[in-house]
Design a binder for this molecule. Structure first.
Ligand SMILES: CC(C)(COP(=O)(O)OP(=O)(O)OC[C@H]1O[C@@H](n2cnc3c(N)ncnc32)[C@H](O)[C@@H]1OP(=O)(O)O)[C@@H](O)C(=O)NCCC(=O)NCCS
Length: 171
């Protein structure tokens, strides 16, 4: 598998926004009001321009992405992690997380953070899979915040009460 991952500053924002929205529409089914997109072309464009979007390509075609950031307090963070539904289970997600961790380490971050949106009163199979996988990768829950406190403006778009679970891993 000729998988290539790099931070791309001239990637196609519309193509990536479409992939991210397509993946999240399925992965976060039941959490959001119908018609709520995870992102849009303008937001992805600004992430690309900031040099924060790593793109995975398989023989040149986009098959995944992850947003990498250095937070104000020096921690690294990754988000918007997606693997194309047509290429699941072949290691793209694992390679993207490894890339993000290497990126943060190179930027001098001692810790990597990620946030997981989870329903408060029921279990979501995708989120259960992610919790187990991130735990296998060495991530530990450090905080759980009610979504409405973290992002009050977005609360009306939720379809069910949710929490933001924050995970950390020492790099
Ligand atoms: C999370 C995601 C990026 C993983 O991508 P992927 O390329 O399919 O994953 P990988 O092939 O790298 O496998 C990741 C892990 O899942 C396991 N896995 C993959 N497919 C599996 C399957 N069908 N059943 C059980 N486990 C599976 C792998 O064994 C691996 O675990 P390991 O690292 O302990 O060996 C992908 O599922 C996705 O896009 N999900 C929706 C978006 C999302 O929820 N993103 C995260 C937001 S925080």
């Amino acid at each position: 598998m000729a998988l290539d991952i790099s931070v791309e500053r001239s990637a196609d924002a519309a193509e990536l926004a479409d992939l991210i929205n397509r993946v999240y529409a399925d992965a976060e089914k039941g959490l959001w009001q119908p018609g709520t997109d995870r992102t849009n072309t303008a937001e992805v464009d600004s992430v690309i321009r900031a040099g924060e979007l790593a793109v995975a390509r398989l023989d040149g075609a986009v098959v995944g992405a992850v947003r990498v950031q250095r937070l104000a307090d020096g921690e690294g963070e990754f988000g918007m992690l997606v693997a194309s539904p047509e290429h699941r289970g072949v290691g793209i997600g694992r390679e993207l997380v490894a890339f993000a961790e290497g990126w943060a380490r190179a930027a001098g971050s001692p810790v990597m953070q990620l946030e997981l949106l989870v329903p408060r009163t029921w279990t979501h199979p995708v989120k259960e899979f992610l919790r187990d996988w991130y735990t296998r990768l060495g991530y530990r829950e450090v905080r759980r915040d009610p979504f409405e406190l973290a992002y009050p403006v977005l609360q009306p778009r939720l379809a069910t009460d949710c929490d933001f679970v924050v995970y950390h891993k020492e790099l």
